[in-house]
Design a protein around this ligand. Structure first.
Ligand code: ADP
Length: 545
């Protein structure tokens, strides 16, 4: 019935557009859809089949309706159908499920399924509405697009790689070309394949003359065999070699001149066989400067030797002269001292007070002079290596007592107290005469530099294998600056009458010659301590009591 007639008949109900018929309208949509729209029962039996389904699967509605969808499955994809039917019968919806189906012609098709349950009036699922879209082409398109993209990407990568390789190769060639050393690449027979600019410059050949020539071209006649042998064994052993560092390896220029070289060889195995690379360095300059250094060294050594000999000779002359002088001086000095002694004893008649005083001066000064001469003589002997020290085990107690009694008169005369501690039975390894000399020097200095009323002491302590002897005074002291100088020869703090600044220098030498060492501690205006070590005599040689 048409709308118009319904209206003309004046029938009740809403006014509807004349042409609207929902069922036909729906049927038209279903028929015109590109997608397959299929109705199925819950067991998969096809109940409706549109034109889209016909196009996608190849079957007409007559052929399809009544058959089961399982007939349409691509072998292996049947289980999808079971699974989907299961879901749908529970009222679930399925969206865009992709699975494989078979076209009537046997062709494989990929479909994307959207499935909805059809619910009856009682709320139970009574069927399935299915929309299937053929995505075979889309997938194929996508695949081919992916393939294309991959191809393009690979091409771009290959291109970038090739560019990088070309760049690296160009850089490498530039590097070799501009290297300061001659670089030559040859095959295992020595035929040159590559030679850089430096090779041309160093050897005087053009590039073309080098390429294809044997390496022997660059080697002097006399070294041809050795060069061949070296290369052959190098090719066998491989790795890298350096030649010419110790031996005199020479290379030959085109103009026939030779020059010294160092060669580094390295090998690589390539498709066309082993390739040997030789880096050749011209060492003319280096050899020349080495030779120059050697020559300078030689002449310096010769000069040094002749100076040493001259110094030794002069020293000998000096020592001989000093010895002779000392001898010549000592004899008259002894005479002077002896006669002054006689006068002092007044055997030849009484002296006036003034005469006695003058005689005392003569005695004292001749004593000083004798001491001075002995010091000079000792030191020149030590310097010339002519001073012998013979150590033996000595009781330290005796040595100390002897030293103290020798200096006692001087101390008493000056009003300086002299103290000593008992060192016990210690035995020291010392030369008796030299030890006496050390004690005398230190003690006479101590008395000399201590004012009346002061005190001088000698003590000894045992320290491991050593005995440490200390000569201390309460005298004028020595400033820190001067403490480091006083052991040097001819050093005096200011002018000291009766000395030559040799006493402590001699003491130092003598102590060291006996295996010990000497040091000083001092404070100005408070006093000074000289310490020296002596080696203890071993227990075997000890004498007790
Ligand atoms: P010299 O034989 O001329 O005294 P020394 O080598 O024995 O020479 O001494 C060097 C200097 O060290 C002395 O001139 C003196 O100034 C200083 N000296 C040495 N012993 C003492 C001391 N006990 N107290 C202060 N000064 C000292």
């Amino acid at each position: 019935m048409s709308m118009e007639s319904a209206q003309s008949e004046g029938s009740p109900g809403p006014r509807r557009p004349l042409e609207f018929d929902p069922e036909r309208w729906l049927a038209a949509i279903v028929e015109s859809s590109d997608d397959a729209i299929v109705g199925e029962s819950l067991d998969g039996t096809i109940t409706s089949w549109n034109k889209g389904a016909e196009r996608i699967f190849g079957y007409t509605a007559e052929e399809a309706i009544g058959r089961t969808v399982k007939d349409l499955a691509w072998p292996g994809a049947e289980e999808h159908i079971e699974m989907l039917l299961g879901k749908l019968s529970h009222g679930e919806r399925v969206q865009h499920f992709e699975t494989l189906r078979k076209h009537k012609s046997g062709r494989k098709i990929l479909v994307s399924l959207s499935l909805s349950p059809i619910v009856g009036d009682d709320g139970r699922v009574i069927g399935i509405a299915k929309i299937a879209r053929d995505v075979t082409e889309r997938t194929a398109l996508q695949e081919s697009l992916t393939q294309r993209t991959d191809q393009v990407r690979r091409l771009i990568e290959r291109e970038a790689h090739a560019r990088a390789e070309a760049l690296a190769e160009r850089r490498f060639h530039e590097l070799i070309e501009n290297a300061p050393d001659a670089i030559v690449q040859m095959d295992e027979n020595g035929t040159i394949a590559i030679a850089n600019k430096a090779t041309e410059m160093l050897f005087g050949y053009d590039h073309d003359e080098l390429i294809g020539s044997g390496f022997g071209l660059l080697v002097p006649e006399g070294q041809h065999d050795a060069q061949e042998e070296d290369r052959t064994s190098f090719v066998q052993v491989g790795g890298s070699w350096r030649m010419g560092q110790e031996s005199d390896l020479r290379a030959l220029r085109k103009d026939g001149t030779e020059f010294p070289v160092e060669i580094s060889l390295s090998s690589i195995t390539m498709e066309r066989g082993v390739q040997v690379t030789a880096v050749i360095r011209d060492v003319t300059e280096r050899r020349r400067s080495q030779e120059e250094v050697r020559r300078l060294q030689e002449s310096y050594m010769a000069e040094l030797q002749s100076r040493r000999e001259e110094a030794e000779r002069l020293n000998r002359v000096k020592s001989e002269f000093l010895a002779a002088l000392a001898h010549e001086l000592r004899t008259p000095l002894h005479t002077i001292g002896g006669f002054a002694e006689l006068l002092n004893e007044e055997m030849e008649g009484t002296l006036t007070k003034a005469q006695k005083e003058f005689v005392q001066h003569i005695r004292q000064d001749s004593q000083h002079l004798l001491q001075l001469i002995d010091d000079v003589l000792d030191f020149s002997r030590i310097e010339a290596g002519g001073m012998q020290v013979r150590t033996e085990p000595l009781p330290l107690r005796d040595a100390m007592a002897e030293a103290v009694s020798a200096i006692q008169p001087h101390a008493e005369a000056k009003g300086v107290a002299l103290q000593t501690s008992d060192p016990g039975d210690a035995l020291v390894m010392a030369d008796p005469m030299r030890l006496r000399q050390i004690f005398y020097n230190l003690l006479s200095n101590a008395v000399k530099f201590t004012a009346t009323g002061g005190e001088v002491s000698v003590t000894a302590t045992s320290e491991g294998g050593l005995i440490r002897v200390t000569v201390a005074d309460t005298g004028i002291g020595i400033s820190p600056d001067e403490q480091s100088m006083i052991f040097k020869k001819f050093y005096q703090v200011g002018y000291t009458p009766g000395g030559a600044g040799l006493g402590l220098a001699i003491c130092k030498q003598l102590v060291e010659m006996q295996g010990g060492s000497i040091s000083v501690e001092s404070e100005v205006n408070r006093g000074t301590q000289f310490h020296f070590n002596l080696v203890k005599a071993s227990a075997v040689t000890q004498v007790t009591g």
